[in-house]
Write a protein of this length. Structure first.
Ligand code: SAM
Length: 200
């Protein structure tokens, strides 16, 4: 049984304006980079309380929310009726579980730094997409470790964009692009956030 690293903060997660602003910026960057349509079935990896998917939902047909945390999933479930598309919640650890599916796209915000083996996760994303499907993954640029003040299962202090893009290419992705999506302002400093998009 895995630890729910977010159990103590799920209830207050959406109450942090800087976090909400960051995910709103990420959703905007995804919408600028990818043409979404109502026929699409997306996966949101590490969907949490749904801050990202609730902003993408009005533009797609269905979102499968994948998250290992039962406390975060409970927050998302409470939003289901007001979402702009169909929702399925899969409570699994995607590093250790298999998922079948042929998604039109995979979106993700602030989750890849919680993943031990990101090369393997890129390969899993590739298998889970239809031909021509997209990834749109947002996370911290390389930081000094001061972004997190508590242990929520962090395996990477952000990412070097070009290394992250190489990892996507090694998994078979093409048309890889990175761009700046947001900046998280904290008392300890400013933490830039990038978006990587690519096609299978
Ligand atoms: C920092 S939160 C981000 C939540 C949301 N995407 C957002 O931006 O507000 C990271 C989320 O990823 C989930 N997560 C971390 N590792 C995971 C894994 N291996 N499989 C599924 N979910 C995972 C956590 O439970 C948590 O809800």
């Amino acid at each position: 049984m895995s630890i729910d690293h977010f159990a103590h903060k799920a209830g207050s997660y959406d109450g942090n304006p800087s976090r909400v602003d960051n995910v709103a910026n990420i959703a905007g960057a995804i919408r600028n980079a990818i043409t979404l349509d109502r026929s699409m079935h997306l996966m949101d990896f590490g969907s949490g309380t749904g801050l990202l998917l609730e902003r993408i939902a009005p533009y797609v047909g269905k979102i499968t929310a994948v998250d290992v945390s039962s406390s975060m999933n409970a927050q998302l479930l409470a939003k289901q009726a007001g979402l702009g598309c169909a929702l399925e919640i899969m409570e699994i650890d995607l590093e250790t579980s298999e998922l079948s599916g042929a998604f039109d796209g995979i979106i993700s915000s602030m989750t890849m730094h919680h993943i031990r083996d990101t090369d393997a996760m890129f390969r899993k994303f590739h298998l889970l997409l239809k031909d021509g499907g997209f990834i749109a993954l947002s996370d911290l640029d390389r930081e000094d470790g001061s972004f997190h003040t508590e242990d929520t299962g962090v395996h990477h202090f952000g990412f070097d964009r070009s290394e992250f893009a190489k990892s996507a290419a090694a998994a078979g992705f093409r048309m890889i692009q990175t761009s700046s999506a947001s900046v998280v302002h904290k008392p300890r400093g400013d933490f830039p956030v990038f978006l990587l998009t690519a096609l299978r």
